[in-house]
Design a protein around this ligand. Sequence first.
Ligand code: HEM
Length: 508
Amino acid sequence: MVAAIFLSLILLALVVVLFLFTQCRRRLGNIPPGPRGLPLVGYMPFLKKHDAKPYMALLKLSQIYGPVTGFYMGPSFTVSVCGYEAVVEALHNEDLNGRPDSAARRERTFGKRLGLMFIDGDFFREQRRFTLRHLRDLGFGRTSAEDMIHEEIRELIHVISDQSTSDPDRIVDFKSGIFNRSVLNILWALIGGERFSRDDARLTSLMDMVDFFNRNFKPQSANVAVPAFLLRMFPSLRKIIGLRNDIFEPLQNFMRSIIEEHARSREEIPRDFIDVYLKEMEKQQIELPEDQKQSTSFHVEQLISAIIDLFLAGSETSSNAIGFAILYMTHYPEVQRKMQAELDQVCGDSLPSLSHRPNLVYTEAVLIETLRLANVAPLALMHCASKDTQLRGFDIPKTSLLLINLYSVNMDETYWTDPQVFRPERHLDSDGIQLKKSERLMPFGLGKRQCLGEPLARNSFFLFTAALVKAFQLEAVPDRPLPTLDPLTGVTNGYQGFQAIVTPRISK
Ligand code: HEM
């Protein structure tokens, strides 16, 4: 009873403080214009009235208030950034490249600020540099990972062929899991050194855990600003605001057991990312003076958190990109025919490989157009102002949240003609021979926070999509409406599962 009264008083005090805070901040400086919303909740409940898709709603707001719009989301001053010029300026501003922190975001990282996606400052720079360098050395985005990716592709082709031949109408169900399993397995091979067979129970459980996160994580609770000490004092608050440590615990435990196995069986030459990381931990422990040993940023909890972030950031995005490409093929048979003709001519009977890539210009244009139109990560990851700064002449107060609308760049009507149309030719010169690379396209973001997995993502997207389009004729099911191109919105934009008639091809 006493605890309940105390809790209510603290919550009331918090509400009053937040109310006063939001009202004062609004009057500070030349902040970006925007709608006012309600005390405490800000404009969050009203965004939906502009559009159910958050990036569309923000784009519509920008048509009223301009490319840089400010409003409150709960207690946080939030800046929505739309259009090429404003987005580039924001992503090149060092002071806008921070990431927000909240109890909900720390759920996946042992209640601490760890991982790769939501860290800042020197810790971020050190961990990002290390991860990029060593994943690259292990083949991330290089030809040395190609054999392993090819093996994964052959298995996937087998699975799709089996589904097609076992159905009298050759109909295959392209659920999102079909590509996710392959993408996760590739990531796991680089990180954990082992490729699971497609039906290995460990791969299924890893996939289920990542899937469980994607279905249960509520982005809106990520910004609830309840101080950590209140959560410790009143554990029941966690349930009320939707914090879900149970989403992450199985993943954390899985990773810990694999890391322990690695530590027991380490060899001189590191086999994978976990080995490289363990070696670095050891080196730091040896080299650091006694009083600094605890301060190293390399430790097991950080390793677990980094791996979880690589999975969360890398699996859905990559498998959705492949899914959208296959879906577009069923909608645009002429594009598919042209791509297949090029693949047959350049690759002959072999699987498309990275060495073929420079000669696969049309295929490349199809992939670029898919990334542009699918907008797999339409609002990037949320950024945060680490200092008071300026954007397009407006004052952006420290700790403001930033929603960087990559969709508004990739679909900019003033630059791309008919942006809603899937037209790979827009990325080719007038003879259709050379690729035209455009800065006005940023599916992976830009600057210091640009996607860390881009090299692997681009290579695996190419290898999978080119191989599947070469191996199969993909057609819409007759007498049914074409499957929708409208995305499932969430943390990322996903394709909605669809069915297609799939006929194995023999390359000509
Ligand atoms: C088609 C596939 C992918 C797309 C479209 C994509 C896109 C993005 C975007 C837009 C961001 C946010 C940039 C920002 O906030 O400014 C991002 C961040 C990130 N991505 Fe990707 N991504 C893809 C695949 C991957 C893969 C395969 C991995 C890892 C294996 C990965 C790891 C990350 C990480 C760790 C971050 C956070 C980087 C940071 O905060 O410094 N992504 N990605």
